[in-house]
Ligand binder design. Structure first.
Ligand code: PXP
Length: 237
């Protein structure tokens, strides 16, 4: 089965917010991404609402026909928003106020109780829960113990590494994906993936879904969203 593609459209909202204007419209980007073959739309509602706003989340919940994946911190405020809006999936991520983008996986091992409570409440609300973690067996096991349905393996270090370093990072991801499947977890991956480095990720046995934002929106600025998504989908086959 082909790996599914979740398209992260945060950057569309970032361009809008650069001018505090009304365009480009993330909802339009989501529709075009779906026309290009996206299997899901991902957005990160940050505490500071620096790009995606509550209004975007609510509209996308009505418009997205595939799957809406909401990235969020496991805070009380965000859990309330998620339970109210009801995205199909939540991906729990760590969040720091001044980071440019998510910097690494959630440390589930050292925050087990807090994560498990968040997972339980979201699942009670009918939401599938994934947790963004580093490719570390300790974190994979902790994610399983927290009750999550899925993990999203952080591929940022793989994307940045070169040569033997990249091979080492790739092996960590392959091993984490295998362990997760053995434990009965669904496996996703993402961060830093682009048209050149995505191939090996897509060929990992059992890889369910890749979440890709920057490289697709960067290409979409030049060739259009539908084509940018279609070209990425081709690479996942
Ligand atoms: N997965 C997670 C959990 C993320 O936080 C992000 C970035 O928002 C992505 C995937 C997509 O990363 P990129 O924009 O580098 O493709």
């Amino acid at each position: 089965m082909a790996v599914k593609l979740g398209v992260n459209i945060d950057h569309v909202a970032t361009v809008r917010e650069a001018r505090k204007a009304q365009e480009p419209e993330p909802v339009a980007a989501a529709i075009l991404a779906e026309l290009g073959g996206a299997d899901g739309i991902t957005i990160h509602l940050r505490a500071d609402r620096r790009h995606i706003k509550d209004r975007d989340l609510r509209l996308l919940r009505q418009v997205v026909k595939t799957k809406l994946n909401m990235e969020m911190a496991a805070t009380e405020g965000m859990i309330k928003v998620a339970l109210d809006v009801g995205p199909h999936q939540v991906t729990l991520v760590p969040e720091k106020p001044n980071e440019v983008t998510t910097e690494g996986g959630l440390d589930v091992e050292h925050n087990k109780e807090m994560v498990a409570q968040a997972v339980e409440r979201l699942k009670e609300g009918g939401i599938t829960v994934s947790i963004f973690i580093d490719p570390d067996p300790v974190q994979v096991k902790a994610a399983k113990e927290s009750g999550a349905d899925a993990i999203e393996i952080h591929t940022g270090l793989y994307a940045e590494a070169r040569g033997d370093e990249r091979k080492k990072e790739y092996k960590k991801i392959v091993d984490a994906a295998q362990l997760a499947q053995n434990l009965g977890l669904v496996v996703h991956a993402g961060h830093g993936l682009d048209y050149r480095n995505v191939g090996p990720m897509a060929s990992i046995p059992g890889m369910g879904e890749l979440n890709i934002g920057h490289s697709i929106v960067a290409r979409a600025v030049l060739v259009g969203m539908e084509r940018a998504v279609r070209e990425m989908k081709e690479l996942l086959k």
